[in-house]
Design a binder for this molecule. Structure first.
Ligand code: AMP
Ligand code: MG
Length: 398
């Protein structure tokens, strides 16, 4: 009779994520110019140093007038955007004005050009307008008000918003430098001819591109031979010089899976080794001082999925983003069975709130990940989900 022995080293998805959260690294703060801060996270809140707009601003091309009951005005002056002249208006007087220009203090209304008839120095009102078409100072944001909270991801709009407030430098969390360690004697580079027993290395480009998407700038890639000596040496060099190590392959139970041992030899403190999930059960996570170490499976799709679920959140924590691994909900298009006792991460396409699980879930298969935009998470306790029921999924960043 066979008895299933539960692997003592194996932990659940939730336990693994908690360990990542509890062992996050922080690399300090740096001040950079706003143009260099794309994809960084603010290390402190930013408050507006000015009112925006800073002055009463015309929202239209037309005529700034000092209103009265009558329907016509005498036009005295012209005010362009950027002009700083101080114009006085009497009742019944106005000035030609353009969008973005400062409205004279005496004017209470900007009449749209389209709503008047012009004749020499006079305008005649054709239509009464409800809005005064004047943007008041601080209408967009008031001086001293919170502009962006700590932890904000600095995307293009955020950077433009800061520059629009006259802010030229920002404090951001330093980004981790990353070493990718590619193991496997069988690997050849694309462009080379494929000799007997070899395959092309696809994990190095995949991890590099995923890291770039996450905003990581300093990335190095090492090839590691499947020997104890090389594994130990490359891990040593990488730990000394980088904040995060991501190894691909060599982490399972084969005789030539040498990375766990190489981490241990280099004094990395192991936090977990296997997760009760499919795909990607063998995944190593450890820490040495302020360096995080991940060992991901070599199978390309398993490597990709474990990066999304575990490595990316660790990177986001280091960058200062606390809202990691947000699961969303959508409804299943087809019934789903989980015949295993494991949690599943299934590649899927989510469109309009509906989830279509991809047909091929093979851990070596990259092709079915190309169109995928989500990883559906099925906890180990769930055996069956009916069509039309809700499932949780993680959006893929790729
Ligand atoms: P491993 O995790 O080292 O046992 O590798 C598992 C499978 O993934 C094997 O079939 C490897 O040949 C394959 N593999 C490992 N590394 C890579 C890589 N960098 N690119 C593509 N396939 C890989
Ligand atoms: Mg290998």
């Amino acid at each position: 009779m066979f008895v299933t022995v539960k692997d003592k080293e194996m932990i659940s998805v939730k336990e693994a994520l908690a360990l990542i959260q509890n062992n996050s690294i922080s690399l300090g703060v740096e001040e950079v110019s706003v143009s260099e801060a794309l994809d960084s996270y603010l290390s402190e809140a930013v408050f507006s140093p000015i009112n925006l707009p800073p002055f009463r601003q015309s929202a239209m091309d037309g005529f700034a007038v000092r209103s009265h009951q009558g329907g016509f005005y005498t036009i005295k002056e012209e005010i362009q955007a950027g002009d700083s002249k101080d114009i006085k208006l009497e009742v019944g007087e106005g000035a030609r004005i353009f969008t973005g220009a400062q409205v004279p203090d005496d004017a209470d209304n900007v009449i749209m050009k389209e709503h008047v008839l012009e004749k020499e120095e006079q305008i005649f009102l054709q239509k009464k307008t409800e809005k005064n078409n004047i943007r008041i100072p601080g209408e967009l944001i008031k001086k001293g008000a919170l502009a962006l909270p700590k932890g904000t991801l600095l995307n293009s709009a955020a950077l433009a918003f800061l520059i629009g407030l006259g802010i030229a430098k920002v404090k951001i969390n330093k980004k981790p430098s990353v070493a990718i360690l590619i193991t496997g004697n069988e690997l050849e580079s694309a462009g080379e001819s494929l000799t007997r027993g070899k395959i092309y290395d696809s994990n190095s480009i995949m991890l590099k591109m995923l890291l770039k998407k996450a905003g990581i700038e300093k990335i190095a890639c090492y090839n590691v031979k499947d020997t104890e000596e090389d594994s130990v040496e490359v891990v040593k060099k990488a730990i000394e010089n980088y904040d995060l190590l991501i190894a691909s392959g060599g982490i399972s139970v084969g005789d030539y899976d040498l990375m766990r041992n190489a981490f241990q030899t280099n004094g990395v403190c192991e936090k977990f080794y296997k997760i009760n999930q499919r795909p990607g059960k063998p995944i190593y996570f450890g820490k040495k001082e302020n360096t995080l170490v991940f060992g991901l499976p070599g199978n390309p799709a398993a490597c990709f999925i474990n990066y999304q679920v575990y490595v990316l959140p660790a990177i986001q924590l280091a960058l200062g983003n606390e809202s990691i691994l947000l699961l969303k909900k959508a409804t299943l298009e087809e019934e789903l069975l989980n015949p295993t006792n494991k949690s599943l991460f299934l590649r899927a396409e989510v469109r309009g709130g509906s989830v279509k699980i991809s047909e091929n879930q093979n851990s070596a298969m990259l092709q079915s990940l190309v169109a995928a935009n989500a990883l559906v998470y099925i906890p180990e306790t769930i055996k069956k989900i009916e069509k039309g029921e809700e499932v949780h999924y993680l959006e893929i960043l790729q």
